[in-house]
Each structure stands twice: as structure tokens, then as C-alpha cells.
Ligand binder design. Sequence first.
Ligand SMILES: Nc1ncnc2c1ncn2[C@@H]1O[C@H](COP(=O)(O)OP(=O)(O)O)[C@@H](O)[C@H]1O
Ligand SMILES: [Mg+2]
Length: 261
Amino acid sequence: MTTVLKTEDLRKQFGELTAVDDVSIEIDDGAITSIIGPNGAGKTTFYNLLTGVLQPTAGSIWLRSGDDAAGGDGLRDVTDAEPHEVAQAGLSRSYQITNIFEGLTVRENVRVARISHEKTRLDFRSRATGDEAVEADIEELLELTGLTHIADTSCDTLSHGEKRTVEIALALAIEPNVFLMDEPTAGMNPTEVTEIVSLIRELDADLDATFVVTEHNMDVVTDISDRIVVLAEGAILADGTPEDVLTDERVTEAYLGSDSV
Ligand SMILES: Nc1ncnc2c1ncn2[C@@H]1O[C@H](COP(=O)(O)OP(=O)(O)O)[C@@H](O)[C@H]1O
Ligand SMILES: [Mg+2]
């Protein structure tokens, strides 16, 4: 297995509060990792550090990248990188907060994301990619995410679940190596949850991207995870297979008194 994302002693303080407390983690390709923990455990802050939205107080972040910026181990230090640099380096995130253009159709939204990615790609090979190849990529992305049948629908008329799926398509438009999902089932009804779970499984099987998911629905976590990392008060409390982690007493205790996992 190959490490695609690594943090070393990653830390974020908000004044006196330590939201992320010296987290060292290695994410390997070919597995779905879930990051779980009670409300306020630091999951979203951890994602914000990884994506360059927040600057860490201490520690470092490394991403696999095939380019010259990578060291001998193939990992590139992105600790100080801006969000767009992190995205170019291959880390993508689907947002809980929508970044869809409501007035555009599904296909138009995917096209905007795909073309803006195409423009920011720096390697010579991809600059040679023509319009036809981009259009083919867009259709493939719509197909992969099951959006082809609503490709011409204006996004302002979509259901919540459909919009979340469009967000996934937009995040995938940058061809990520690592795909972070922050609570992909938030606000979804049971039917939508079932659909998004099978979509995540299919994408994981069809794409080279490595999936990292935060999720509070424990049925979903149990269903999709190869590995579960539990955060509590900013630090890693447990890390292992679903069988090991979900029967760990420390994990059960961390959730006592919490209305949400
Ligand atoms: N911008 C911020 N300023 C101050 N405190 C913050 C900020 N963002 C998050 N926090 C605090 O950091 C802790 C972790 O929050 P968060 O990462 O959102 O947890 P989770 O996503 O696991 O629910 C919480 O105590 C939260 O109140
Ligand atoms: Mg959160």
C-alpha cells in the first residue's frame, strides 16, 4: 500500500482551545477511512487544515504528488499551501456548504468545475487536452455520479440529495488523489442515505481516488469503512478496523453524554 496523505503532530489552537491536538496519521490508498468523533472533536477543523483553509499552529501535512515538488518518498509538503494549491496537488473536498451555481444546469456546473481545473493544471501534457476530451470527461463524470438523467436540469430545482451528489461531481472534477467528504449524508432522508452510500462504494471502486469520510450516521460508517479513526477532544482515541474500533470501550465512553456521534 502507498501513503497518499500524511500528517505529523498536526495541531490547531484557537486561543486556549486545542481543536486538533498533535494528530499524526497516514492514509493509504485503496481503503475508505472514516474519521468519527463526538461533536466538537475537531473533525471539521482537521479537514480545514488539510485543505489549506486554516493554517496549523504546529506540525506538517504531506500529500502524494507525482510532480517535482515531491520528495524521494513521493510526498510533497503542503503544510503552508493555499487551498487552490492543495487542490492542484490532488486533494479535493465536497463541502457541507454548497458551492453550486443554482442558476446553471447540472452539466453546466460540472463543466465550470472541469474547465477551471483544466486551466489551472500546469503540466504540459494536460494543456494539450482538447475541448472534445474535456466534454467526454464531463459526460463520464455525470455518468459515474449517476447524474446523466438530470444533466440538463437547473440546479435550483434539485432535491437536497441531488445537490449533494452534484457537489461530489464538482469535487471529482479536479481528478483528486484524495477525496475528503465532510458528513456526506447530513440532512438526507433514509432513501437518499442508501443512494449516497452505494454511490460512495461505486466511486471508490471505479476511481483511483482514496476516500476519507467524516460521518455521524454509524450505520453508514460501519457499512463503508475499511478503517475508522476516532477523534476525541482533538486527539486520536482509536484507530483500526470497524470491528476493533466500535467495540473499544474508550470509544463507547467518548460518546456517552453526547447526543450525536
Ligand atoms: N474558527 C474557530 N474559532 C474558535 N473555535 C473554533 C473554530 N472552529 C472550531 N472551533 C472549536 O474547535 C472545536 C472543534 O470543532 P470542529 O472541528 O468543528 O469539531 P467537529 O467537526 O468534530 O464537530 C470545537 O470546540 C469548536 O467550538
Ligand atoms: Mg464538523
